[in-house]
Every structure is written in structure tokens, then in C-alpha cells.
Design a protein around this ligand. Structure first.
Ligand SMILES: C[S@@+](CC[C@H](N)C(=O)[O-])C[C@H]1O[C@@H](n2cnc3c(N)ncnc32)[C@H](O)[C@@H]1O
Length: 268
């Protein structure tokens, strides 16, 4: 097992992905999750890999979407939590997908133990789960670089923290940024949840929006305390990836509330 394996720690941590129901009420309706998923989907269409790997599939929503958009691409998806496998498999069964496979595993162990990685490895809201110290993330990037084929890609779609000169400023900027994210959670989920124009439907959509807002508030507290959410800045990521020898192909925001996509290629 990788010395930095986090599987056991992760089992007990809070997650908005604990069930399909929570996922659908919260994250699936937010503009930022959909924005990141759209960005990954666009990159897959452009890269056209033969096969790919999702590290940390959650409910399997992204893996199933990509499997459905690209029936010719085989997708392996792994997650630390064995109890999420039936959720992913059920989504695949409902959509009659036969090109996606869900397996339990720790992502650090997986990249360590497999000799070769496929043409494209992607992670959506997962890189920040690799815990501190930051050497663990660097070690992970190095292992991916070693095991990707020449021309293979690592796509990191995530929420990032701003680059700041010190901790105090970081905390202040995070509080500021996160308040916008909380409002974005409310407003985007309200509009996704609204299904009629009577007072009951509006009240239901408001309730869904407030629920999402509360989830995001709790996440913000963890981010600031660096407790179970170990975010980095895109500047840090591209600098470290560059030192390892990755080519940085894309480093672009997808919105104004912290989400970006960094696409790295192994050119050696
Ligand atoms: C935010 S969710 C991922 C959402 C998913 N990628 C999607 O697009 O819907 C984070 C997932 O990462 C998984 N995870 C966290 N640490 C992990 C690790 N070390 N190995 C494997 N999975 C891990 C969690 O179990 C959780 O399901």
C-alpha cells in the first residue's frame, strides 16, 4: 500500500456524495459542478483517448455521462468507498452503458500499483482530497507522469484557492470567495429545482437552494481550517507539474467562484 494512502481516513469524513439522493439535491444542480463536468467532457471530445480512468468517481455521474457520450471509449472508475459502487453501477444500468467499470480502490495505491495508466486520467473535485503535506500531491503527480504513456494526459478539474502572499490574506480572500460560492450554490440549485410556478414549487426550490447553501457553508469551514479539504492554487499546481516535466496544456478558470481545469501532458 502507498505510504500516503488515505482510504481509511476518508471513510469517516463528511461528503456530499454519500448517496445519490444527496448528490442530486446538492451538487448535481449547481452551476459550478456542471461547468466543470462540461469542461472535462469538452476536453475528452477533443483529446479522443482510447481509454481513460476516473480517480474518485463519487456517484459515478461524470463517468456515466462520458461513457454515454463516448461509447467507443472504455472507462475505468475507482473510488475509495466500496459503498458507492452500486450507485455507479445502477446509473450505468439505467443508461444501458457497457463501457464503464466501477472498482473500489485508493487512488494513490492505484497509480502506484498499476504499471501503466491509460491515455487520459481525470479527476473532478478529487485532487484536493489528497491530504497535506503537499509532498503527497507532488509524489502523486510524479507517479502519474512516470506511468502515463507518452502523449498521455492528466486532467485535474477542481476548486482552487487564490494565490496569496501569506496565510492571513489567504484566509480573508477565502472568506470573500466562499461567500460568493455559497450564493452561487443557492441560486443555481434554486433554478435547477424549480419545476412549477405555484407557491409550493417555489418554496420547494428555495428549500433545495438553502440546503445546498448550508452544505457549501460547511465545506467552506473545512477549507479554511484545512480539515479534509486540502486545496492548492493553480499557480502551485502548474509550477510543481512543470518541475516534474509535465507540459501544461490548459490552465483556465471555468467560473468566478474558484473552479478551474488544469490539463497536463506527458511529452517525454
Ligand atoms: C467530490 S467526490 C467526486 C465526484 C466525482 N468525481 C464526480 O465527478 O461526480 C470525491 C470522491 O473522491 C473519493 N476519494 C477521496 N479520496 C480518495 C482516495 N484517496 N482514493 C480514492 N477515492 C477517493 C471520495 O470517496 C469521493 O467519492
Amino acid at each position: 500500500m502507498n505510504q500516503f494512502s488515505t482510504t481509511n481516513d476518508y471513510q469517516g469524513t463528511p461528503s456530499f456524495y454519500n448517496s445519490q439522493e444527496v448528490f442530486e439535491r446538492f451538487l448535481a444542480g449547481t452551476s459550478y459542478y456542471l461547468g466543470l463536468q462540461n469542461a472535462v467532457s469538452r476536453l475528452v471530445s477533443l483529446i479522443k483517448p482510447k481509454n481513460m480512468l476516473e480517480l474518485g468517481f463519487g456517484t459515478g455521474a461524470t463517468a456515466c455521462r462520458l461513457a454515454s457520450e463516448h461509447p467507443d471509449i472504455g472507462i475505468d472508475a475507482i473510488d475509495a468507498r466500496a459503498n458507492m459502487i452500486p450507485t455507479g453501477e445502477e446509473q450505468a444500468r439505467l443508461r444501458q452503458l457497457d463501457n464503464v467499470r466501477f472498482t473500489q480502490g485508493d487512488l494513490l495505491d492505484y497509480v502506484d500499483e498499476n504499471k501503466h495508466l491509460p491515455d487520459l486520467v481525470y479527476m473532478l473535485y478529487v485532487f484536493h482530497h489528497i491530504p497535506d503535506p503537499s509532498e503527497k500531491k507532488i509524489e502523486f503527480l510524479k507517479t502519474c507522469k512516470d506511468k502515463l504513456p507518452e502523449g498521455g494526459y492528466l486532467c485535474i478539474a477542481d476548486v482552487f484557492i487564490p494565490e496569496t502572499p501569506n496565510k492571513t490574506e489567504l484566509e480573508a480572500r477565502l472568506l470573500q470567495n466562499w461567500s460568493m460560492r455559497i450564493m452561487e450554490a443557492y441560486s443555481s440549485v434554486f433554478w435547477t429545482a424549480l419545476d412549477d410556478v405555484n407557491p409550493e414549487s417555489v418554496a420547494r426550490a428555495q428549500q433545495a437552494g438553502r440546503y445546498s447553501m448550508k452544505q457549501e457553508q460547511e465545506a467552506g469551514d473545512l477549507v479554511i481550517r484545512r480539515d479534509k479539504e486540502y486545496m492548492v492554487s493553480t499557480a502551485w499546481l502548474v509550477e510543481e507539474a512543470g518541475k516534474i516535466g509535465f507540459s501544461v496544456i490548459v490552465n483556465e478558470p471555468v467560473n468566478t467562484v474558484g473552479d478551474s481545469v488544469v490539463l497536463l501532458r506527458n511529452d517525454t
